[in-house]
Ligand binder design. Structure first.
Ligand SMILES: Nc1nc2c(ncn2[C@@H]2O[C@H](COP(=O)(O)OP(=O)(O)OP(=O)(O)O)[C@@H](O)[C@H]2O)c(=O)[nH]1
Ligand SMILES: [Mg+2]
Length: 431
């Protein structure tokens, strides 16, 4: 880690490759790439989009374009070039040689940010694993030119083992160790989650595109001081706090990592594990920067991640999703008027400004309402002799299945799936 240093002056180049479709247009992608660079303290000296009609396997860009990048580097005194796309290891090496400067691609950049931000043990393990995976792929495909014969002492491998094989094995071993550690950490966290699931407190998860305002809203609702900044990926590790809502004494609010388009594959798994918490929520609040010109594309990306997590299938969501149209204060009066109409017509949309607090009381009201009425499928295993509880479930919830689950310590066990809202769950737990 630490491939780039804070304060480095960089050129940010967004390749617009013909035939590759994107939700975001090139200018929006360029702005996002600048945001990523800023997030790690890089000074953006200049930035531009370069159309690529045909990918050059060796350099991605054509020779004339590479010359133009070199000129721009000179003009703007840049020591680093950020390419907002995927570079093959060979392309990266060739560009570095031709430009005489360090070149980093989008995956490398996001890995750097994640490396700097991860704060919990689990987050750090995930990011290191992702980084090793990235390095490993680079070793396999490009470092062969660096291969050199190792002398025949044979501590690590047989005599004559090449350096690249040794490096590869070391990375593999390290990854194996990290995976085991990660599993251990997750087991502990899994226990916590089970315990919380049994606790009669509903969980509200904030999700959304990076920089949408999740942490700002989290802080406003909880009085906490989670880092909320105009930085992409300000939050990496999930944070939870208790809040009180109208009609609900206690609910758990969780803040999560922001989403971004084209997340590096190496980070998808890490990211998904962090987001698993979301699948145990009673309500998902999808925080949107409604003032952003790419807000629609961002929403598509967020829904895609929720789909990957299994929360959304087709048009159906298994957990109610309340959209929060945040940064309302940034809208022009005309836009505000038009969007207010749409928000009014949809009872799963609330307009708000986490910054000014406008719309927040109504949002709390709506959350309380949803939590007392939205039923989620829950599964219980109860001794068949627990007649009172079983009867209560039938009377208050919508029982979907009630089946034999074998023998327990106290005789036969029933497995019952039932739709209950969080309030009913609380009552049931206190029976
Ligand atoms: N004008 C305005 N700015 C806001 C509002 N909500 C958040 N912001 C600003 O938007 C920026 C990002 O806010 P965060 O709360 O850090 O966003 P996030 O969604 O947690 O971002 P990540 O953790 O990076 O995913 C900060 O500069 C906030 O001050 C709002 O309602 N209005
Ligand atoms: Mg945040």
């Amino acid at each position: 880690m630490g491939e780039v240093s804070r304060g480095a002056r960089a050129l940010v180049v967004c390749p617009d490759i013909r035939g590759q479709s994107h939700d975001l247009d090139p200018q929006a992608r360029l702005a996002e790439a600048e945001g990523l660079a800023l997030a790690i303290g890089i000074v953006v000296a200049d930035s531009f989009v370069l159309p690529v009609r045909q990918i050059r396997p060796g350099t991605l860009f054509g020779a004339g374009q590479v010359d133009n990048i070199a000129i721009a580097c000179e003009q703007h005194e840049s020591e680093l070039i950020v390419i907002d796309g995927a570079l093959s290891p060979i392309q990266q090496r060739n560009l570095e040689e031709k430009l005489g400067r360090k070149v980093i691609d989008r995956t490398g950049l996001i890995l750097e940010i994640f490396g700097e931000r991860a704060a919990t043990a689990e987050g750090r393990l995930q990011v290191e694993l992702a980084h090793l995976d990235y390095q490993q792929s680079r070793l396999v495909r490009s470092w062969t030119h660096l291969e050199r014969q190792r002398g025949g002492f044979g501590f690590l491998g047989g005599p004559g083992e090449t350096q690249i094989e040794a490096d590869r094995r070391m990375i593999r071993q390290r990854m194996g160790r990290l995976r085991r550690e990660l599993e251990q950490v997750r087991k502990t966290r899994g226990l916590h989650r089970d315990r919380r699931e049994r606790a009669p407190w509903p969980v509200v998860a904030l999700v959304g595109y990076t920089n949408a305002g999740k942490s700002t809203l989290f802080n406003r609702l909880t009085g906490a001081e989670v880092m909320a900044e105009d930085l992409l990926f300000a939050t990496l590790d999930p944070t939870m706090r208790a809040i009180t809502l109208p009609g609900i004494e206690k609910a758990i609010l969780s803040d999560t990592v922001g989403f971004i388009s084209d997340l590096p594959t190496q980070l998808v798994a890490a990211f998904r594990a962090t987001l698993e918490e979301v699948t145990a929520a009673d309500i998902i609040c999808h925080v949107r920067d409604i003032s952003n010109s790419s807000t629609q594309a961002q929403k598509t990306q967020v829904l895609q991640v929720l789909r990957d997590l299994g929360v959304v299938e087709g048009e159906e969501a298994s957990i109610p999703i309340l959209e929060i149209w945040n940064k309302w204060d940034q809208l022009s009066p005309d836009d505000a008027e038009e969007l207010a109409q749409q928000a009014d017509d949809d009872d799963m949309v609330m307009a708000a400004s986490a910054l000014t607090g406008e719309g927040v009381p109504a949002l709390l009201e709506r959350l309380g309402e949803l939590l007392t009425t939205s039923a989620v499928l829950r599964e219980f295993e109860l001794p068949a002799s627990a007649g009172r509880q079983i009867a209560w479930l039938h009377a208050h919830g919508e029982v979907i299945t009630n089946e034999d689950a074998g023998e327990g310590d106290d005789g036969p066990v029933r497995r019952i799936s039932v739709r209950l809202n969080p309030k009913e769950l609380g009552q049931f737990e206190n029976l």
